[in-house]
Design a protein around this ligand. Structure first.
Ligand code: ADP
Ligand code: MG
Length: 325
């Protein structure tokens, strides 16, 4: 019998020339095209026959709706003379709810990390210390075992450290640095790693780029994480490129690999804590990178083409008071 203006806007999304006449006194099926007609229709029956109110979440391709049906009754006799269907678009509300979940989960990571520091780190330090002593007193034939055990301990320690830097929302000390100097410090390390894997590295640094406000330690960590991920993604003969590009409002760092790329479905989850596709991965590397860039007031983006490779683009804004030296 009637539709409101908002519904007409919705209807015209797909039929720009649609008019009220297309809908009034027409079958409900025609009116509700594009929505879950069957569900709404069955709820409407319930309302008409049983005089009851119903509500239902509906999902279309990219939006979420909350639909209610209510009877229209005559005041004195309570006789049912029709029903009204109200459909609310709650897509944004849903998105907000999901975001909140995400934030809550991050908060939980923080709490867990705090207890892990005390519960695990200290006993591990003791174990490592005694192991070192035993190693010195043991025959050389056992050296191989000791090395493996120590390496695994150090790996576990590394995971805990990553976890902590991710969870602590501490204020880090920022100083004026040249990005290329930090990267240059790391290249020998990356080279060694790449050599072992039979891969190569190209480094194109801009030595005249302006100074940036950075935390030296954190940026080292970021470059290492991105570099390691790139190398882990590539097979032998892979090529890793680290490149700096100057922009009008800051400096970009491109970390490009010739790996298999990232499927779109995974791309959205990369920066989530604990998201990993590796059997020995922690899934903390990229979420750490993200939190580092948030502290630096920068951004981190990823471009990837399946089969061709991946580029992580890190943007560092110029310090608000630019200092030229
Ligand atoms: P981890 O390296 O421990 O798995 P990260 O947070 O560093 O955790 O990375 C998360 C996931 O993102 C990886 O498991 C991998 O699937 C994907 N990824 C990261 N970098 C790349 C890359 N350069 N190429 C392809 N996939 C990548
Ligand atoms: Mg990683």
């Amino acid at each position: 019998m009637s539709v409101n203006d908002t519904f007409m806007q919705f209807y015209r999304l797909n039929r720009p020339n649609g008019t009220r006449e297309d809908l009034i006194r027409k079958e409900l099926e025609k009116v509700l095209q594009g929505l879950d007609y069957e569900i709404v229709a069955s709820r409407k029956e319930q309302t008409l026959e049983g005089n009851v109110k119903t509500s239902q979440i509906l999902q279309s391709a990219d939006r979420v709706y909350y639909a209610t049906t209510s009877p229209i009754t005559k005041m004195h006799t309570n006789e049912n003379i029709g029903s009204v269907i109200i459909i609310q678009d709650i897509t944004e509300l849903e998105a907000l709810r999901m975001e909140l979940n995400h934030v809550e989960r991050l908060g939980l990571v923080g709490q867990m990390a705090a207890s892990i520091t005390h519960e695990i780190r200290n006993p591990m330090a003791v174990v490592r210390g005694f192991l070192q002593l035993m190693r010195e007193k043991s025959p050389a034939s056992l050296e191989h075992y000791y090395r493996i055990v120590m390496e695994e301990l150090d790996r576990a320690n590394g995971i805990i450290n990553d976890f902590l830097s991710l969870a602590q929302n501490r204020v880090v000390k920022m100083e004026l640095y040249r990005l290329h100097e930090i990267i240059s410090e790391l290249t020998p390390l990356l080279w060694a790693d790449a050599n072992l894997r039979g891969q190569s590295i190209e480094v194109r640094l801009d030595e005249n780029a302006p100074l940036l406000m950075l935390n030296h330690k954190e940026i080292k960590q970021l470059v290492l994480n991105l570099g390691r991920n790139a190398m882990e993604a590539m097979g032998e003969k892979g090529n890793l490129i680290l490149e700096m590009k100057r922009q009008s409002d800051g400096v970009e760092l491109y970390v490009t690999d010739t790996g298999p790329g990232i499927p779109p479905a995974q791309k959205e989850r990369l920066f989530e804590p604990f998201f990993t596709t590796k059997s020995k991965g922690t899934g903390l590397g990229l979420s750490l990178c993200l939190s580092i860039m948030e502290r630096h007031g920068g951004r981190i983006n990823v471009e990837s083409e399946e089969g061709l490779g991946t580029t992580f683009i890190v943007f560092f804004p110029f310090a608000s008071e630019r200092v030229e030296v």
